[in-house]
Design a protein around this ligand. Structure first.
Ligand SMILES: Nc1ncnc2c1ncn2[C@@H]1O[C@H](COP(=O)(O)OP(=O)(O)OP(=O)(O)O)[C@@H](O)[C@H]1O
Ligand SMILES: Cc1cn([C@H]2C[C@H](O)[C@@H](COP(=O)(O)O)O2)c(=O)[nH]c1=O
Length: 216
């Protein structure tokens, strides 16, 4: 059995993460991996219920952070840890970097409190704090993301935030990436879809997560 691999996708709303999830899942499956595709907030019935509240209800940043980590804890216990223990590949649309970027940098909530919540939700394991092995960070200017999202769908609570909010979130992601350069892979998400895909494939091959020479 191969080792479990925890791969996350991050970036501001509209950066283009979801556009590549189907192809990534298909490619990993074609290479013989069992893929558990999931998302945050969400991934379990309880966490999906909390997602609905987090994305639609106005609330203060501490309440939002507590709900995000409650959803995450359930997701970790019910889905992520069992999948990694089986040797599966967990392909997760957002994880804790989003909390530091959105609740921390975006909303201005205390990063030290977020770190404590992170320890509670992701700690308590013999191997230490649960973290993704690889994080693909879709880096895109907030103005471009807003243009892409305009008219694409009905905005949720976060998508309805002004561009200044997303400038702070983008800086939050840049800080996270700088602090953990081994884990983060920066994807230039301003490029056309095919070129973005090329970057993803090249990066995953370079990190040993994919075998070389597999076409989309
Ligand atoms: N490289 C690209 N060039 C132009 N438009 C793109 C590109 N990638 C995605 N899009 C479009 O941008 C919009 C946002 O893409 P997508 O839903 O994949 O972003 P996302 O990062 O998953 O957003 P969210 O986190 O808010 O769900 C969609 O309308 C999509 O078709
Ligand atoms: C995990 C996580 C997410 N968010 C925000 C970021 C997005 O605006 C939404 C999720 O929507 P998506 O279309 O699935 O990307 O939730 C957050 O604020 N904090 C988090 O920890």
């Amino acid at each position: 059995m191969s080792e479990g691999l925890f791969l996350t996708l991050e970036g501001i709303d509209g950066a283009g993460k979801s556009s590549h999830l189907d192809a990534m899942e298909a490619l990993f499956k074609a290479q013989g991996r069992t893929v558990v595709r999931t998302r945050e907030p969400g991934g379990t019935p309880l966490a999906e219920t909390l997602r609905g509240l987090i994305l639609e209800q106005p609330m203060d940043p501490l309440t939002e952070s507590l709900l995000v980590f409650a959803a995450r804890r359930d997701h970790i216990v019910q889905v992520i840890e069992p999948a990694l223990a089986r040797g599966d590949l967990v392909l997760c649309d957002r994880f804790t970097d989003a909390t530091f970027a959105y609740q921390g940098a975006g909303r201005g909530f205390d990063a030290a409190v977020l770190s404590t919540l992170e320890q509670w939700a992701q700690g308590g394991r013999a191997q230490g704090l649960l973290q993704p092995h690889i994080t693909l960070w879709f880096d895109l200017a907030p103005e471009t993301a807003a243009e892409r999202l305009a008219g694409a769908r009905v905005p949720d609570k976060f998508e309805a935030q002004p561009v200044e909010f997303f400038r702070r979130v983008a800086l939050g992601y840049a800080d996270r990436a700088a602090a953990d350069a081994q884990r983060f892979i920066r994807i230039d998400a301003s490029q056309a879809r095919d070129q973005v895909w090329q970057q993803i494939e090249t990066a995953l091959v370079a990190r040993g997560a994919l075998n070389a020479g597999t076409a989309r």
